[in-house]
Design a protein around this ligand. Structure first.
Ligand code: NAD
Ligand code: MLT
Length: 543
């Protein structure tokens, strides 16, 4: 039974959903980083919120861990590169807390404009002060929204409802789509910076967005403008914001998120013009229930049915698609394993996969990843799978490309893999007969029809009479049974170069191979070991 570690608070509904799916739970909040590392050793998956940070150090060599699910949107508390490198799928629950976070942003906007928090604090201290807290009306004011994704758009819609004018910037939103929502979009942040009374950010925290709203941009904002950050700490530079407020240029700010959480002794938090909440954007009963249920569903789908939903480092795949893809992933991996073992001479520089016929209609990126996993898995000490194989190849300077053609050649479906090595090119092509019979139909220049499983004895030779009898006698003498034999001739005529692929029931000894090699017409002998027919893919649940 797959085991799931949960290190942050998850709603009871989410926990029940995990239990009834049949997963074993290990619920432990408040763990220190080294304790998380220990706990991960016995977990197949982990669900976290923003309270757990999964660093490279914690993720390294976690051979059992297959999936990380972030119950929420932001995955900036997960070292994505390290997770990908270790072959761990990372998923999030992107939509569950959109509405709650947009509502929190609007609450901040209203509270900021009407000084709600300081006025309430003043009354609690026994005062009745109607002069100090005069506010500013929102209707007719301009709100700048930086980042018009799920939350940004939802905030814009609500602000328009408050009769604000909304101007926005998002590199991935077209002016037409924005106009449909009543939003004017500009070409970059600088185009909106001097035009707003309020500015709110709703981007992820990336190298590009870190410090996006900084001293220089704040200086160009209207005097008396206000800033809101309910996205991620650091998008608005905290030190620069404190200085701009102290100088009186920026009138106030509302912050739900901080570079460091909790923020500790932070000058910005202490300023009376700054309204703060402790990362509460998604903290509603409704949002927590939605993200917990979604997290439970996507982790069960992955660990029990190989479903990939909302992955941030892998293409999505439903359980039905995965079942449909299994034979293709298998043949991709086998072609990779075959070429890796055939390559005796040199470093692999690049690989190219050509998909023809039905294969071209499948999720070829994933088949290419499976090929890359096969190509590398016998060579690398680390755990290689479809999540990390292409990255590991890239790190080794191997360029992997693919092309597709809907044209059907000799086979209704075919995958041809070519690797370019320091010593030249190697090519192999495979097809699938029926739903699951995997066949090798090309090896270098030779067309043939061999099984793509078990022990393959491949020998190159000149196509002369008596050779097949000789090989059969040698193998028989060494008690090796031949299950299937395929012959490929370069020009399909006797006397020329040919290759034979013998599928053997057991592995021939070194002496047997030496005897095969000793025949004067044999020019090369290799033994390639592939998984047996029907063997599970090592990185799929139930193969
Ligand atoms: P989203 O992916 O739907 O939207 C993000 C948008 O930002 C995208 O449209 C993207 O194109 C845009 N973007 C990226 N880089 C940009 C740039 N340099 N300039 C302008 N736009 C850029 O994400 P979302 O669900 O809307 O979440 C937005 C943010 O809110 C995330 O940082 C998320 O972590 C955070 N969040 C916070 C809370 C909270 O509790 N405070 C809750 C949920 C989400
Ligand atoms: C998120 O990214 O979803 C938010 O930060 C909410 C959270 O996890 O608390």
């Amino acid at each position: 039974m797959p085991r799931v570690l949960i290190t942050d608070n998850l709603s009871a509904a989410g926990l029940n959903c995990l239990k009834s799916a049949g997963l074993e739970l290990d619920v432990r909040s408040g763990l220190k980083p080294l304790e998380v590392r220990e706990a991960l050793k016995t977990a197949d998956g982990i669900i976290i919120r923003s309270g757990t940070t999964l660093t490279e150090e914690l993720l390294k060599d976690q051979s059992r861990l297959k999936v990380i699910v972030r119950a929420g949107v932001g995955v900036d508390n997960i070292d994505l590169a390290a997770a990908t490198r270790e072959g761990i799928v990372v998923m999030n629950t992107p939509a569950g807390n959109t509405t709650s976070t947009a509502e929190h942003t609007i609450a901040m906007l209203l509270a900021l404009s009407r000084n709600i928090a300081p006025a309430a604090a003043s009354m609690k201290s026994g005062k009745w002060d109607r002069k100090s807290f005069t506010g500013t009306q929102l209707a007719g004011k301009t709100l700048a929204v930086v980042g018009l994704g799920r939350i940004g758009l939802s905030v814009a819609k609500r602000a328009i409802g408050l009769e604000m004018k909304v101007v926005g910037y998002d590199p991935f939103l077209s002016a037409e789509k924005a106009a449909e929502q009543g939003i004017e979009v500009v070409r970059n942040v600088d185009d909106l910076i001097g035009r707003c009374d309020f500015l709110t950010v709703h981007t992820p925290l990336t190298d590009e967005t870190r410090g996006l709203i900084n001293a220089e941009r704040m200086a160009r904002m209207r005097k008396g403008a206000r800033i809101i950050n309910c996205a991620r700490g650091g998008i608005v530079d905290e030190g620069d914001l404190a200085t701009a407020i102290e100088s009186g240029h920026i009138a106030g700010a509302a912050m739900d998120v901080f570079i460091q959480e909790p923020p500790g002794d932070n000058r910005l938090v202490k300023l009376p013009q700054v309204l703060t909440t402790p990362h509460l954007g998604a903290s509603t009963d409704e949002a927590q229930e939605l993200v917990a249920l979604e997290a439970a569903e996507i982790i069960s789908g992955f660990l029990l049915r190989n479903e990939v939903r909302h992955a941030v480092n892998m293409a999505p795949l439903s359980a039905a698609e995965m079942a449909d893809m299994k034979a293709y992933l298998d043949i991709g991996r086998r072609l990779g394993l075959l070429l890796a073992q055939q390559n005796k001479a040199g470093g692999v520089r690049s690989a190219h996969l050509l998909y023809r016929g039905e294969a071209a209609t499948k999720n070829t990126r994933l088949i290419t990843s499976s090929f890359a996993a096969g190509l590398l898995e016998t060579a690398l000490a680390e755990h290689v799978n479809i999540v990390n194989a292409e990255l590991l190849a890239k790190e080794r300077g191997i360029r992997i490309t693919e092309s597709s053609s809907s044209e059907v050649g000799d086979f209704s479906t075919m995958i041809r893999a070519t690797i370019e090595t320091d010593a030249g090119e190697l090519t192999a092509a495979g097809t699938i007969f029926g739903k699951q019979f995997l066949r090798l139909v090309r090896l270098g220049p030779f067309g043939l029809d061999a099984y793509l499983d078990g022990h393959l004895l491949i020998y190159r030779h000149r196509d002369v009479p008596g050779l097949i009898g000789f090989i059969g006698t040698v193998l028989g003498k060494h008690r090796v049974n031949i299950a299937h034999m395929a012959l490929g001739r370069e020009h399909n005529e006797p006397g020329g170069d040919a290759v034979a692929v013998l599928n053997l029931d057991n592995e021939p000894s070194a002496e047997a191979l030496a005897e095969v090699r000793s025949h004067p017409e044999v020019t090369g002998v290799e033994l390639v070991k592939l998984p047996r027919a029907g063997d599970p893919l090592p990185w799929l649940v139930g193969g």
